[in-house]
Unconditional design. Structure first.
Length: 401
C-alpha cells in the first residue's frame, strides 16, 4: 500500500517542473557548470583570479570536469533511462531535489575547500555519487533488471576514482591514477551506451527515410571490441608507473582504436549528414578511436604526441560532444519537440567540436598553446552556455509547446 501511495505521489508531482524528471535539473545545471567552470579556470590558470580553495588550478579543473560535470549528465541520463529499462516509476520531486542538492553541495565544497578542510570536502563531494549509486542500485535490484547492473558498476567505479583522485591531491597536489580511472570509466560508458544508442537512432532515422542499408546489429564483433577497449584502457591507467607496461600498452591501444573505427563504420555514419541530430552522435563517437590512437603514439613517444592530446580527445572530444549530443536529443524527445536540430543546435555542436579540436591542437602544438587554449575555452563556453540558453526554457517548463 505504501509503495502504491509513493507511486501515485510520484505521478502527481505538482512542484517545479525542474524536478519532474531526472534529466531536467542535471542537464541544465551540468551545462551551466561546464561553461562557468571553464570560464573561471582559464583566468585562474593564467594568474588573473584566485579561488578560496586549497586545490591547484589543474587539479580543480580536472576534478570538476570528471566529477562535477560528468556525473551530472550521467545522473540525468540514468535517472531518465533506468525507469524505461526497469518498468518502474522515475525518481521525481523531493527525492530528486535532495539528490540534486548533494551535487550542489559538492561543487560548493570543492570551490571552498580552504574553508571546509580536506575531510569535509571529501565527504561533501563523494556524497553525490554515493547517493546516485544507491538510487540506481535500488531501481535495478527491485526491478530485477540484472542485465543493466553494468551501469551501476560504472557509477561505483566513478566513486572509487573520485576517492582516489582526492587522496592523490591531498598527498601529491595532483592526480594521475584517479583521473585516468575516471576517464577510462567514462569512455567505457560511452562505448557501452553509445554502442546502443548511436546505431539505434541511426537505424530509426534511416528507416524513416526509406533506406535499405541499416547499421549492423550488435554481434560478437562488438563484444570483442568492447573487451579489447577495456583491456587497453586498463593498461593505459597503469602506464605512468611501469615503463614496460607503456610499451605493451601501445599495441593494445592501437588495436582498440582500429577496432573502434571499424565498429563505428558498421553503423553507416556517412549516411546521416542530412540530420545533424544524428550526425553529431557519430562525430562524438569518432573521438573515442582517435583518443586510442593518440594514446598509442604517446605510449611510445611523448615527444611525438603528448598524452594530454589523447586525454583531451577523450574528455573535450568524446565526453564533451557525446554528452551535448545526448542532452539535446533527450531534451527534445522528452519535452515533446520534433527530433531535428535547428540552426542554434547546429551552432552548439559546431562550437563543442571546435573546442575539442583546438584543445587537442594545444597539446600537439605547444608553440600555439596560449591562443589555442583560449580559443578552445571560448568555444567550450559558447557551446554549453548556448545549450543553457536554447534548452534551458524547455527544461524548466512542463512538457508541451
Amino acid at each position: 500500500m505504501n509503495a502504491t501511495t509513493s507511486a501515485q505521489r510520484a505521478r502527481q508531482w505538482t512542484g517545479p517542473a525542474l524536478f519532474s524528471y531526472g534529466f531536467r535539473p542535471f542537464f541544465l545545471a551540468g551545462a551551466l557548470y561546464a561553461a562557468i567552470a571553464v570560464g573561471v579556470w582559464v583566468p585562474w590558470y593564467l594568474g588573473v583570479v584566485t579561488l578560496p580553495t586549497d586545490w591547484p588550478p589543474i587539479a580543480w579543473h580536472a576534478h570538476e570536469l570528471l566529477f562535477g560535470y560528468v556525473p551530472a549528465v550521467v545522473a540525468g541520463f540514468l535517472l531518465t533511462a533506468v525507469p524505461n529499462w526497469t518498468g518502474r516509476l522515475p525518481v521525481v520531486g523531493w527525492p530528486l531535489a535532495g539528490l540534486f542538492a548533494f551535487w550542489l553541495l559538492g561543487r560548493f565544497a570543492i570551490a571552498m575547500s580552504d574553508w571546509f578542510g580536506a575531510a569535509l570536502t571529501a565527504i561533501a563531494t563523494l556524497s553525490f555519487l554515493a547517493g546516485l549509486g544507491a538510487v540506481i542500485g535500488r531501481e535495478i535490484l527491485v526491478g530485477r533488471n540484472w542485465k543493466n547492473l553494468k551501469v551501476l558498476i560504472i557509477v561505483v567505479m566513478l566513486f572509487a576514482a573520485q576517492a582516489l583522485f582526492q587522496w592523490e591531491v591531498l598527498n601529491d597536489g595532483q592526480s594521475v591514477y584517479g583521473a585516468r580511472l575516471a576517464i577510462a570509466t567514462t569512455i567505457t560508458l560511452i562505448v557501452l551506451i553509445g554502442g546502443r544508442i548511436v546505431p539505434s537512432f541511426t537505424g530509426n532515422w534511416l528507416r524513416q527515410r526509406g533506406a535499405q542499408t541499416m547499421p549492423v546489429p550488435f554481434s560478437r564483433f562488438d563484444a570483442i571490441v568492447i573487451a579489447a577497449s577495456v583491456v587497453a584502457l586498463a593498461a593505459w591507467i597503469v602506464t605512468p608507473s611501469f615503463e614496460g607496461v607503456a610499451i605493451a600498452a601501445a599495441p593494445l591501444l592501437l588495436l582498440a582504436g582500429i577496432l573502434q573505427f571499424v565498429r563505428q563504420a558498421r553503423w553507416r555514419p556517412l549516411r546521416t549528414f542530412a540530420e545533424p541530430l544524428v550526425t553529431i552522435l557519430h562525430i562524438a563517437y569518432l573521438f573515442v578511436p582517435l583518443g586510442f590512437l593518440l594514446a598509442a603514439v604517446a605510449a611510445v613517444s611523448e615527444s611525438a604526441v603528448p598524452n594530454t592530446a589523447a586525454i583531451h580527445a577523450w574528455t573535450a572530444g568524446a565526453i564533451g560532444t557525446m554528452t551535448l549530443a545526448v542532452m539535446t536529443r533527450a531534451t527534445l524527445g522528452h519535452t515533446g519537440r520534433t527530433l531535428t536540430a535547428g540552426a542554434a543546435t547546429v551552432a552548439i555542436y559546431g562550437l563543442v567540436v571546435l573546442a575539442a579540436l583546438t584543445r587537442i591542437g594545444a597539446a600537439v602544438f605547444p608553440a600555439g598553446m596560449d591562443w589555442l587554449l583560449s580559443g578552445s575555452a571560448v568555444a567550450w563556453i559558447g557551446a554549453f552556455a548556448g545549450f543553457s540558453l536554447v534548452y534551458g526554457p524547455l527544461l524548466v517548463r512542463r512538457r508541451g509547446p
